[in-house]
Design a protein around this ligand. Structure first.
Ligand code: C2O
Length: 553
């Protein structure tokens, strides 16, 4: 493979949206940040220089990082943050992946503005398993706050309530014409008739799963999380924060004399009211072949057609859509689904509260009604040093313990009402896995405190989604229905509100790997944990030593 070198200067940049300006953290002054281009097999070298008054670290979301855990990026998991004035060079190889991934800040809420696409092309001379598109375009969803996002989350954590919701969703950083004072900040996709475009869609929003649709133009999904799938054609996709989806869009054969809105709006079962005023729109605009070049710009007199999105809480749409995603599972692109399981885990994921009296001590800074989120009732607390460094140095004492519960300590009716067992305790606990173990993990969403689906993201691995369902997972009946032939392979999966998903992966990557809800507010409340995968016996099964410029805490 080739070597791809980038320099990321993290700097403050003034940006105006919704008629209000603020200074935001950017990479190289760009918002969204610069795309990283690579081919499968390439070696990527990205020098990150921190010029801002915040600690920084950057995660290459979905990149497998085989034996290169030091380059993964989550602060206090694989590295200490890059302090103001310091730099760190991330080095990794793209192995066995092609499609779209993305990069984002992985500390506090700085990913609100620090994110960009990772475009991974196939190896030279290797075609896509679908007709080559005429053009490829990144389409990145985000959220915009008029206020400073670091202030929003720190205030929420201090008071124990929920943070303010964002002021707008964005496409490629632009809120679009449905927001006040925003018409000029609209993403426009200019197209020619009779061509196929590939949209590389990324959901970089902090706290919302999104529906996305383009009026009059079906979308053919060909790749999710940088893994090819059996193509499906739909009017609307669902994409959770953390996920990526490549779709083919074929334009109409001749100039249609209309413009078409593309809309993204949230899917949520826990948000009150409607979200009409938080819909982001972009415009699909046909270049008018009848006007002299350069073709006429957006003609305001053309009819503008809008797609119809599902209702905000349309869980059955989501379940049907996600069930349709299947691995390609061909000879060239096999689905290496673990058929046997060495280690089984059952994790509840949900919201709860910190009790004011666990062993007689209050765990929240204020009172017992403070929100918390947990996995198996453990609300994860980041250490003040990095877990991977502690592990590598053999100094876990006082940093983490290895007794993360494999199942809830006290089983309960996870999806029942009234809810019980909502109390959570703080901890920095890991699950230790031997190298190469084949793992099955059932993620059970609970109906505790406002049922909400949780997009769970696993660092360092892809996993296969072998089963999903509603209600309590039934270990006697549900495994018989698993798809072990062509389940979708990905790095982020939506765990349904009051439902479950079963995933399998092989622990073939030594290191410490974060797993968390990709709704940032839930991460802040503790819905996160980490796996420690030990070295294997062979030399190529061992984590390499840390680079000399690894940041210090
Ligand atoms: Cu995209 Cu740990 O995250």
């Amino acid at each position: 493979g080739a070597i791809r070198e980038y320099q990321f200067d993290v700097q403050m940049t003034n940006v105006t949206r919704l008629c209000s300006s603020k200074s935001i953290v950017t990479v190289n002054g760009q918002f969204p940040g610069p795309p990283v281009f690579a081919r499968e097999g390439d070696f990527v070298v990205i020098r990150v220089v921190n010029h801002v008054p915040y600690n920084m670290s950057i995660h290459w979301h979905g990149v497998r990082q085989l034996r290169s855990g030091w380059a993964d990026g989550p602060a206090y998991i694989t590295q200490c943050p890059i302090q103001s004035g310091q730099s760190y060079v991330y080095k990794f190889t793209i192995t066995g992946q092609r499609g779209t991934l993305w990069w984002h800040a992985h500390i506090s809420w700085l990913r609100a503005t620090v994110y960009g696409a990772i475009v991974i092309l196939p190896k030279p001379g290797v075609p896509y398993p679908f007709p080559a598109p005429y053009k490829e375009v990144p389409v990145i969803f985000g959220e915009w706050w008029t206020a400073d996002t670091e202030a929003v989350i720190s205030q929420a954590l201090q008071t124990g309530g929920g943070p303010n919701v964002s002021d707008a969703f964005t496409i490629n950083g632009l809120p679009g014409p449905l927001y006040n004072c925003s018409a000029k900040d609209t993403f426009k996709l200019k197209v020619k008739p009779g061509k196929t475009y590939m949209l590389r869609i990324i959901n970089a929003a902090l706290n919302d799963e999104l529906f996305f649709s383009i009026a009059g133009h079906p979308l053919t999904v060909v790749d999710v999380d940088a893994v090819y799938i059996k193509p499906i054609t739909v009017d609307t996709i669902l994409i959770t924060p953390g996920q990526t989806t490549n779709v083919l869009l074929t334009t109409k054969p001749s100039y249609p004399g209309a413009t078409y809105y593309m809309l993204a709006a949230p899917y949520s079962t826990a948000r009150p009211g409607t979200f009409d005023n938080t819909t982001v729109a972009g415009i699909l605009e046909y270049e008018d072949p009848t006007s002299p070049p350069p073709h006429a710009a957006f003609n305001k007199n053309l009819p503008a057609l809008k797609p119809t999105l599902p209702q905000i809480n349309d869980t059955s749409f989501v379940a049907n859509y996600t069930a349709k995603l299947r691995s390609l599972a061909t000879a060239e692109y096999p689905a290496a689904v673990p058929q046997e399981v060495d280690r089984r885990f059952f994790f509840t994921v949900g919201l709860g509260t910190h009790p004011c009296a666990v062993n007689g001590t209050c765990q929240g800074p204020t009172n017992s009604s403070r929100f918390a989120a947990s996995v198996n009732n453990v609300s994860f607390v980041l250490p003040t040093t990095a877990l991977l460094q502690s592990h590598f140095a053999g100094k876990s004492k006082g940093v983490y313990s290895s007794n993360f519960p494999a199942a809830p300590l006290v089983p309960f009716n996870y999806t029942g009402t009234p809810p019980n067992n909502t109390n959570v305790a703080n901890g920095t606990k890991l699950v230790v896995l031997p190298y190469g173990a084949s793992v099955e993990l059932v993620l059970q969403g609970t109906s505790i405190l406002g049922a909400e689906s949780h997009p769970l993201h696993l660092h360092g691995f892809n996993f296969f989604v072998v089963g999903q369902g509603f209600g309590n997972f039934d270990p006697a009946k549900d495994p018989a229905k698993y798809n072990l032939v062509d389940p979708v392979e990905r790095n982020t999966v939506g765990v349904p509100a009051a439902g479950w998903v079963a995933i399998r992966f092989r622990a073939d990557n030594p290191g410490v790997w974060f797993m968390h809800c990709h709704l940032e507010v839930h991460v802040s409340w503790g819905l996160k944990m980490a796996w420690l995968v030990l070295d294997g016996d062979r030399p190529n099964e061992k984590l390499l030593p840390p680079p000399s410029d690894l940041p210090r805490c």
